[in-house]
Design a protein. Structure first.
Ligand SMILES: Cc1cc2nc3c(=O)[nH]c(=O)nc-3n(C[C@H](O)[C@H](O)[C@H](O)COP(=O)(O)O)c2cc1C
Length: 217
């Protein structure tokens, strides 16, 4: 696929079909993501993939916790909305408004339900860094995640990166016991094949570059 098409076609999918992603494809995606740049080629990331029974067990607990509205306690601390920049606060507000308009669902109930089901992903890649990682390693992990999602799309696999996947890290550690306490469960990326759900045809916008680009000559 043409690179620009790939970039524009990738978007977050919030309901996956039950078709599994073959393990060879998962390995191919991770191999390509592994080509991402990192500080002095430190490659600080680790990737753990949950599929099948392991993922089902995580999904069960996730459903229960989200129904009970148990507060998330992610390893990577979240920031309150008002602590974001003005620019980001405006974009987040617009994201919510547009999503409500698109789904005609002021409560965003389907959106919320989807998170409880891990968006029905057939595989979830959990990305970790050492707990004492520097901000540079967080940068490296971001580039790993983006390369992963583009590699997936190029192989016909849809994705979503989500905080919602790592909000209960103890549950993930319970079922994926090789994830150590000194690792920071940073983000999860759901993989699978998109259904026709209305959430999956939602298109996000981007700021025009004039809003954030400065060129000095
Ligand atoms: C670090 C990170 C965390 C995210 N967490 C969630 C999440 O918990 N739930 C969700 O529905 N989307 C989540 N997203 C997806 C974003 O909402 C999405 O990337 C953004 O709106 C842009 O849309 P697009 O991915 O379709 O281009 C997350 C994205 C990133 C990069």
């Amino acid at each position: 696929m043409e690179f620009n098409d790939l970039v524009y076609l990738r978007h977050s999918v919030r309901e996956f079909s039950d078709k599994p992603v073959p393990e060879d494809t998962l390995k191919q995606i991770i191999t390509i993501a592994g080509r991402s740049p990192s500080w002095e080629n430190s490659q600080p990331w680790k990737a753990y993939i949950a599929t099948g029974l392991t993922l089902n067990k995580i999904k069960e607990t996730w459903n229960e916790y989200t129904l009970k509205k148990i507060k998330g306690n992610p390893d990577m601390k979240t920031q309150h909305r008002v602590e974001f920049s003005q620019q980001s606060q405006e974009n987040m507000a617009q994201f919510n408004e547009q999503l409500i308009k698109w789904t005609k669902d002021p409560e965003l109930s389907e959106f919320i339900k989807g998170q409880g089901n891990l968006f029905k992903a057939s595989a979830v890649v959990y990305l970790t860094l050492p707990k004492n990682a520097s901000q540079w390693s967080v940068y490296d992990l971001g580039s790993f995640g983006q390369t992963l999602q583009l590699a997936a799309k190029n192989l016909g696999v849809d994705s979503i990166p989500a905080y919602a996947y790592v909000m209960y890290p103890d549950v993930i550690r319970k079922y994926m016991m090789s994830i150590k306490d000194d690792e920071m469960l940073s983000v999860g990326i759901g993989l699978g094949y998109a259904t026709e759900h209305i959430l999956n045809s939602f298109q996000t916008e981007r700021l025009p570059i004039a809003r954030y680009l400065t060129i000095y000559r």
